[in-house]
Design a binder for this molecule. Sequence first.
Ligand code: NDP
Length: 466
Amino acid sequence: MSDFDVDLFVIGAGSAGVRASRVAAEHGARVAVAEEYRFGGTCVIRGCVPKKLMVYASGFSEMIEDAAGYGWDLGPARFDWPRFKAAKDREIARLEGIYQGVLSRAEAQVFRERATVVDPHRVRLASGREISAAHILIAVGGAPFVPDIPGAELAVTSNDMFELEALPRRAIVVGGGYVACEFAGILNGLGVEVTQLYRGERILRGFDDDVRLHVEEAMRARGIDIWTGTDLAALARPGNGAIAVTLDRGGEIETDLVLCATGRRPTTAGLGLESLGVGVSKKGHVVVDEWSQTAVPSIYAAGDVTGRAELTPIAIREGQAFAETVFGGLAVKPEHVLIPTAVFTQPEVGTVGLTEAEARARAPVEIYRATFRPMLNILAGRDERMLMKLVVGEGRKVLGCHIVGHGAGEMIQLAAVAIRMGATKEDFDRTIAVHPTAAEELVTMRTPVGAPVASPAMAPERTPAA
Ligand code: NDP
């Protein structure tokens, strides 16, 4: 097929790399893959999947509490971290095997070592062996970091959270993004005393303001002590086994674990890209065009390393589009619009499209919002409310949908299909409600926020099917 050893050399066997390898092989490409850690990447090994298992594990404490209201007497419950960790590790090993299976069915040559790029058509493996390739795909992802403060080595990152030997009694979680909020909820649900420090005014920057407020209040009500406008200044080990945390605004707190969930950085350092003329941004992301191609025509990049949207389904789409375009003779661009996403906080967030603030900055909008106590919470004696919000723009088009509460991630997937198809508010209104569910609120909100309420039954704050 060509004078090169392989048609495609993929660096990184995560979501983007494995998908690209498989699809390229299906189109007849000879593929090689290098991975220095485990197969499956962040998502499978130390991200989405083990995190979601931890969310499930931590959610049982709420279910056990709520069960009493439904007539159950369960007696004292105890969580066994080592037992959970072993079960989780077995599942991750199983999934890693599936990823390896995909590569072996694609007849990819697999190198379990680090690879760097030597020239536009050559990579060098840690063993010193060099392999030539018609195309190179950089799919190395990213890694979490600890801010550069005195005592930084005493903090852990999300990578370490999956490997803890034991759960701490107290923990400080730093950050206000996806990872910080999700781990604050996980630890709290598992019985750890959690303090969350966030340097900004309100957690989940970038999400709809009603969502941010709703989640922050609900997390506080569940027992997470959230300190906004507060950051770490230094960490020290005073000698009693605990960690002393000095705050930027003065004061000190003692804890047993400090998790820095302060973001992720692309792992491009030392790959040899800059010297070849592959553009690398200030933050270290590989600069690509809409086809995932870098400034060096034979070198492409996909997934978190490009910083376009650090989400598994996006990495998969980017890997697929690259392979279909380069090896399948199709012209497929990965799209980065209307990306639905869930944050597995407790309560959970599901969101797609524009926030109210983003939409208002473009044109006038109508807002439909309902907050209500879902039926599940009533007998449980739980006060937590759900939030549903639709942002409606010109032509009555639904521009954004934001949900907080049980099942928000599942619901938003389906709402995203409708919104993607250009659904109007009338399409939502015409859709028959599924009763009794929480999701039915999405199709029964009749009165925009701020408009006169026509009848008590149409009030924006109500219980489902009231
Ligand atoms: P984010 O960028 O979402 O959040 C980082 C947080 O840390 C922000 O609150 C930021 O504050 C704060 N921060 C950054 N630097 C510092 C610092 N030096 N000192 C103190 N605070 C700091 O990163 P995450 O690691 O939470 O998530 C990374 C990406 O992974 C997400 O963007 C998301 O795309 C993906 N992800 C998706 C998940 C999902 O789909 N459920 C789950 C987990 C991750 P500020 O707001 O002020 O910038």
